[in-house]
Design a protein. Structure first.
Length: 623
């Protein structure tokens, strides 16, 4: 092998998917490929022509153009072009043009097709559909399928429920539970709806200890209207709820159907996680200083979860569980200090905490919905003190004050329900730029503490309005398009700079240009469809169930969202391990050529969905 072929082999060893092949196979390719050179502006492939090569770009860059002249993509060193026409029989369907002096390695079509037939890795790399390539990449980036409790849901652990009617006697139910070796029975109304729950402990405390007749109806000793879980709830969250309320068993309800029962012992038998123990310590904390100390474990926990290769959604749920536990504990401590609330209220959180999608520490977005019985003169000082205590405590724990002052300490965001109704009615019925800014914050809300019914009532009214307000939908679509994936310019990626770090290098903004476009898109479809879930994954699932997107489209979008999220999380974990403050700016050179290709696939999936969204909701009316 001469010197030139040795240099070619060295280059091939750095280019996916040839990196995964043996040196002998790469040598086979190097000995038969042709080196071709093109001047800037010269056409390499012309629509309608026959093509016999798959081209690997050695140096330079090319543009690929659609038949109507629209730009398809720009490709540089180590990228492949022309292979689709080889795979489809040789007929060229897109123009390939050099945009600078370019050197190509032309692999004969017969050898290229032979490599695809011989090696599954090559076949996967050149899969026709980007989503298929992404699916394969996700399996690789995740690495294992460990069943950490944080990665599990209630549906993974629940058992089939034992159902009994409320008129059955205590003795009848006890015999049934004995026959089925059940520790709990779900008590139902005549129509099958949930009425209550009875456990072994109830028989001991409420029958034997009280000397109650076993012929009495089971309704006499059951827990009426028990708390319930949903199948999709996080197992870690379920265990924490049961621990705080000292509950051993809970029914699992999907909409109104009783689908299972789960026990604390079922949850404890699974693998525990650092997040679970940390949250337990948070609820045992006695002061803000202890909470601040515990919150310092969040970055290390993020690194641990990323290194365990858990899905991004589960990592977000776990990290969020710490932040919301701190907020809840602060609210409990505030009420201990200032007394019980004089009127009902709901402490609400917005943004990533509401969606359960936090990564490292972030700023605060919160507010209070007060009962309409609220009177400023009588109650104002109390709720002002609660808000300040919680906001100051969160800041001390690393959840810094919101730069835009979207916090319960701001009188504007600590208002009675009737005022909040007015806010949302105005934002929906008179959409303006400022309204759209608030829409991106306050249309993702969750109650952390207090009377959840205040928020439930408000959200039901919001969805009823957003479902029919097409003008609002169009404005939201136009606003969502302000966050575009970072593709479309030279070498394929648009780079940004962290405005908060003057020393930082440019990189791809994986938050604003990666995850936010999917969050915005899912929010719009959910609001337009009257869909209640807040978490982006759950929203997409509900959107598919409602038929607003096809199941295939939703799966493709979620895979793109997951891959981008994992790249972002791995970048942040690496920064934390290096003693740096984590950010969202990923330099392309930090990624392998294969990761860059998969990122392009993910971004292009999102860009395609944004075009569909713009058309569906007539975004062009207001852009």
């Amino acid at each position: 092998m001469d010197v030139e072929q040795l240099a070619i082999c060295d280059f091939l060893a750095k280019c996916p998917p040839l990196t995964d092949l043996s040196a002998d196979v790469r040598e086979e390719v190097a000995t038969v490929l042709q080196v071709m050179r093109f001047r800037k502006g010269e056409e390499i492939l012309t629509i309608g022509a026959d093509n016999a090569f798959a081209y690997l770009i050695r140096a330079g860059a090319v543009d690929v153009l659609l038949e109507n002249g629209d730009w398809y993509g720009r490709f540089g060193d180590s990228d492949w072009v022309g292979y689709r026409s080889v795979m489809r029989g040789g007929k060229v369907s897109m123009t390939v043009q050099a945009i600078e002096d370019t050197v190509l390695y032309a692999v004969p079509g017969a050898l290229f097709l032979d490599l695809i037939a011989r090696f599954e890795r090559v076949q996967q790399y050149f899969a026709e559909r980007k989503p298929e390539r992404l699916r394969i990449a996700l399996k690789e980036i995740r690495g294992n399928d460990g069943l950490a409790l944080v990665a599990m849901h209630v549906r993974d652990l629940m058992k089939l429920p034992m159902l009994v009617g409320k008129t059955e006697s205590i003795q009848q139910v006890a015999c049934q539970m004995n026959d089925y070796n059940a520790q709990a029975a779900i008590v139902t109304e005549a129509d099958g709806s949930l009425c209550g729950i009875v456990t072994d402990v109830d028989f001991r405390k409420r029958v034997i200890a009280e000397g109650r007749s076993t012929s009495a109806p089971i309704a006499d000793i059951m827990t009426l209207n028990p708390l319930t879980l949903a199948p999709r709830d996080q197992a870690s969250e379920a265990l924490l709820l049961m621990a705080r309320r000292n509950i051993r068993h809970l029914p699992v309800v999907d909409n109104v159907d009783i689908v299972g029962v789960v026990s604390a012992s079922d949850l404890l038998r699974t693998q525990s996680s650092s997040a679970l123990y940390l949250v337990g310590d948070i609820f045992a904390a006695k002061d803000v200083e202890r909470l601040a100390e515990l919150s310092q474990s969040v970055p290390k926990m993020l690194v641990s979860l990323v290194r365990q290769s858990l899905p991004a959604n589960d990592i977000g749920q776990s990290i969020t569980s710490v932040g919301q536990a701190i907020a809840r504990r602060l609210l409990m401590m505030a009420e201990q200090q200032f007394g019980a609330p004089p009127v009902p209220y709901a402490f609400i959180v917005a943004g990533s905490m509401a969606r359960r999608e936090q990564t490292a520490h972030s700023d605060q977005d919160n507010g209070m919905i007060l009962s309409d019985a609220y009177n400023e003169a009588e109650h104002g000082d109390y709720f002002r003190a609660i808000a300040k205590y919680v906001s100051d405590g969160l800041n001390a724990c690393g959840y810094v004050y919101c730069p835009g002052d979207v916090m319960a300490t701001n009188d504007q965001w600590r208002q009675p329900l009737s005022v909040w109704r007015g806010y949302f009615a105005n934002w929906i019925e008179n959409p303006q730029p400022k309204a759209l800014m608030y829409a991106s914050i306050f249309f993702d809300l969750r109650c952390l503490h207090g009377d959840k019914r205040l928020l439930d009532e408000l959200q039901a009214e919001i969805l009823a309005k957003t479902k029919v307000q097409t003008l609002f939908q169009a404005f939201m679509a136009g606003n969502a398009l302000s966050h575009k994936p970072p593709i479309g310019f030279f070498r394929g990626f648009v780079l940004d700079k962290d405005s908060k770090d003057a020393q930082a290098d440019k990189g791809m903004d994986m938050k604003k240009r990666g995850v936010v476009p999917v969050i915005d898109l899912a929010r719009l479809y959910a609001l337009a469809g009257g869909i209640a879930p807040i978490n982006t994954w759950e929203r997409l699932e509900a959107i598919a169930d409602a038929g607003l997107m096809t199941r295939t489209t939703v799966d493709d979008l979620r895979d793109a969202f997951e891959f981008i999220s994992m790249v972002r999380l791995q970048h942040q974990a690496k920064q934390i391990e290096n003693g740096q403050k984590p950010n969202n700016y990923v330099p392309p050179e930090e990624l392998s050529a294969l990761e860059r290709r998969h990122l392009k696939d993910a971004f292009e999936v999102i860009a395609t969905m944004q075009e569909s969204m713009a058309s569906r909701y007539q975004a062009d009316r207001f852009r």
